[in-house]
Design a protein around this ligand. Structure first.
Ligand code: PMP
Length: 380
């Protein structure tokens, strides 16, 4: 049976990416590697929408989150964390592990923070050095309004740190224009790569924090990474094959064009939302992201069973809920290397599986809606 992965990471791999990894390894202290790495560093700026350098490390996305805390802050520094899901909590856990003082903004899971609330907190506590948040809170499927949050944070001396691990390449993120100081991303999402690379972009304002920051770091030292980068190198042995694969995936993104990539994600997300609603199911996230759609599991259907049957009968893998959402929602990602048939396919499989589990489904209800959206028959 074919397997089809609709999880918010890892995401499917294009053939060019897969094949690039079958090649013989090259040494990283060579002109050949440097030229690939320089090419990749330039293209990363395009995807991150920044003029600043983007640092690359060998780790999953969480590594880059930890690296940001280690490089920018000192123990006892106060940071403001948006706690709207599991990944907001991750910022809090990392900050606390480094002895930072965390002030939280608690958001109902499934909702986005109000930028004015962030503004209030920043104005009431002048010691807050940073706002740590997400572009897409993958655990709930919500998109946060980073443009508005950027405006609010730019008025202050605090830096805005955005975990765009699942959002980059799916949602617009105008890093420089919106005043986002730090963007963190990972390879196994919109980059259409296997897990194992993470990325960090830093504004001038963020770089200044590094001079006084005393949290311990060695491998993760951004200054070391930056001085190697200007020589077309990495400070330590890089994940050579993943970087070669990254060159292929960045070429695919550039060939399609970032705007077109984002538009594809927008339309596919809309198709999934509309289709799911037409089946009488409820979307959990507001506003719902273009990377992943969270759906409340309807009464009478067991979440584990739904996912199990999708996998057994269609080779379709979707995600369940995390933390307190476990058993309550399922998450369908439409992230990365997805095409129209994938979207029709996942909705078809969902309808068939719901029907199999006794949920009342009129055949092709959702599939019809997907087709209407893709044909432009629905207000976009
Ligand atoms: N933040 C967000 C928003 C994510 O979606 C994820 C991965 N699902 C992470 C952080 C953690 O990344 P990783 O699993 O690559 O360490």
């Amino acid at each position: 049976m074919k397997t089809r992965i609709f999880t918010p990471g890892p995401t499917p791999l294009p053939e060019k990416v897969r094949l690039s990894q079958a090649k013989q390894i090259i040494h990283h202290r060579t002109k050949e590697f440097s030229s690939i790495f320089e090419d990749v560093c330039q293209s990363l700026k395009y995807v991150f929408q920044t003029k600043n350098d983007v640092l690359t490390f060998a780790a999953s996305g969480t590594g880059a989150m930890e690296a940001v805390v280690a490089n920018l802050f000192s123990p006892q520094d106060e940071v403001l964390v948006v706690r709207g899901g599991k990944f907001g909590e991750r910022w809090e856990n990392i900050a606390e592990a480094f002895g930072l003082k965390v002030t939280g903004i608690d958001i109902e899971w499934g909702r986005a923070p109000d930028p004015l609330q962030i503004r209030e907190k920043l104005h009431s506590s002048k010691t807050i050095r940073a706002v740590l948040t997400q572009l897409v809170e993958t655990s709930t499927g919500v998109r946060y309004d980073i443009e508005s949050i950027g405006k609010v944070v730019s008025e202050t001396s605090a830096v805005l740190v955005v975990d765009a691990i699942s959002g980059l390449g799916a949602e617009p993120l105008l890093t420089d224009e919106w005043g986002v100081d730090v963007v963190v991303a990972g390879s196994q999402k919109g980059f259409m790569l296997p897990p194992g690379l993470c990325f960090v972009s830093l504004s001038e304002k963020a770089r200044k924090l590094m001079d006084d920051a005393t949290c311990p770091r060695y491998y993760w030292d951004f200054k070391k990474a930056q001085s190697a980068l200007v020589k077309g190198q990495t400070a330590f042995t890089p994940a050579v094959s993943l970087i070669c694969a990254l060159r292929e995936s960045l070429a695919l993104i550039k060939e399609e064009g970032l705007d077109a990539v984002l538009e594809r994600h927008r339309v596919f997300a809309l198709a999934v939302r509309r289709a799911v609603s037409s089946l009488g199911l409820e979307i959990f996230a507001h506003p719902s992201s273009n990377a992943v759609t969270s759906i409340l599991v309807p009464a009478g259907v067991e979440e584990k069973n739904l996912r199990k049957k999708l996998q057994e009968n269609f080779g379709v893998m979707i995600a369940g809920g995390q933390g307190k959402l476990s058993g309550k929602i399922v998450r369908i990602a439409h992230l990365g290397w997805m095409d129209k048939l994938d979207i029709v396919g996942v909705i078809f499989a969902l309808e068939m599986t719901l029907a199999h589990l006794g949920y009342d489904v009129e055949p092709a209800t959702g599939v019809k809606v997907v087709q209407e959206v893709l044909m432009g028959k629905v207000a976009m």
